[in-house]
Design a protein around this ligand. Structure first.
Ligand code: G3P
Ligand code: CA
Length: 324
């Protein structure tokens, strides 16, 4: 661990005296600051206000998670249910819309996006789901459609990183997430490999299918299987190279619980995959006790190609400092 930090200090010193900033990323460019659900540490997640603040703070990319309405419109929400991030529970007109549905390995009683039309969704207002984050903006912002987030990204000149949430479950309800995503992107001309777009999913099936239909970069999200200090990803990198351009690992796959590199980035880079780990949070630093900027520095020195963060302002400053 000490060796790691000594090397890190040397590398940081080198980067601060080098007139040309050098990065250990796959393409040699600065790692991307990916605003996770927008600047979601400071505004209710997945609102235009959260994305707008991230853009103002200098994020390179904004990340909408996507689910669908009953009438087949993609909206920006992390979950298929609405109780934690909107004021739906306080709306008497929707009280009878609450119902039990299978969720994960069990059941959940909630309000579900595909039980609402877009017009109904637009009457709801976003709230901050984490009690330890600012509640001042609750009730102010509506739920954006994917098309509205795309339009914002295009106007602002930043990239967009849509995540298809539960495409197989949506398909069971007759909702075709893949076609809806491709249509929204093609409506603004974002169809080729140079489009400022990354499509991500935890489900490899939709990515394999998208790989036959679009040239835009595809990213397989992976999480750690139960294990020791350096756990394995749930999908092997050797499989991912068949259909994706990059991999989005949980951060513990990159730096293990003891704070040491797992070798994940180097292995992915050898296979030609870029690496965008998640999720970095100023208010939730890593278990080994270092500060958030040290956590970000550690990842940057390992060569990650982008960082999903709820606090893009901090990541922007860290990357600027690394290249000062
Ligand atoms: O998409 C990267 C990361 O956001 C995956 O986790 O649950 O925050 O969407 P989640
Ligand atoms: Ca996500």
């Amino acid at each position: 661990m000490l060796t790691f930090f000594l090397l890190a200090a040397v590398a940081m010193q080198a980067s601060t005296t080098d007139p040309k900033c050098t990065w250990a990323t796959l393409d040699g460019n600065k790692p991307l600051v990916i605003a996770h659900r927008g600047a979601s540490g400071e505004r209710p997640e997945h609102t235009i206000a959260a994305y707008q603040l991230a853009i103002e703070q200098g994020a390179d990319v904004i990340e909408p998670d996507l689910v669908m309405t009953k009438d087949g419109v993609l909206i920006a929400r992390h979950d298929r249910y609405l109780s934690t991030t909107t004021d739906v529970a306080s709306r008497p007109e929707f009280a009878d819309r609450r119902r039990n549905r299978p969720y994960g390995s069990g059941e959940r009683s909630d309000w579900w996006t595909d039980d609402f039309t877009l017009a109904e969704i637009k009457t709801l207002r976003a709230v901050q789901p984490r009690p330890d984050r600012p509640q001042d903006y609750n009730g102010q912002f509506e739920i954006p459609t994917f098309a509205e987030v795309v339009a914002l990204a295009k106007a602002a000149g930043v990239a967009i990183y849509p995540e298809t949430k539960a495409p197989a479950v949506h398909a069971e309800a007759g909702l075709d997430m893949e076609t809806a995503v491709l249509t929204a992107l093609s409506d603004v001309g974002w169809t080729d490999a140079t489009a400022p777009v990354f499509i991500q999913s935890f489900e490899p099936e939709i990515l394999r299918s998208l790989n036959t239909k679009t040239e835009v970069p595809l990213v397989q999200l992976v999480y750690e299987l139960p294990g020791g200090n350096a756990p394995e990803a749930n999908i092997p990198l050797a499989d991912i190279i068949d259909y994706a351009d990059g991999v989005g690992p949980s951060k513990v796959l990159v730096v293990g619980k003891s704070g040491d590199s797992t070798g994940f980035v180097a292995k992915a880079h050898r296979l030609g995959l870029f690496v965008h780990p998640w999720t970095f949070r100023d208010d939730q630093p890593p278990a080994d006790g270092i500060a958030i900027d040290e956590e970000l520095d550690r990842m940057i020195l390992l060569g990650v190609d982008g960082l999903f963060t709820d606090f893009p302002n901090t990541a922007v400053k860290t990357t600027q400092r690394s290249c000062a």
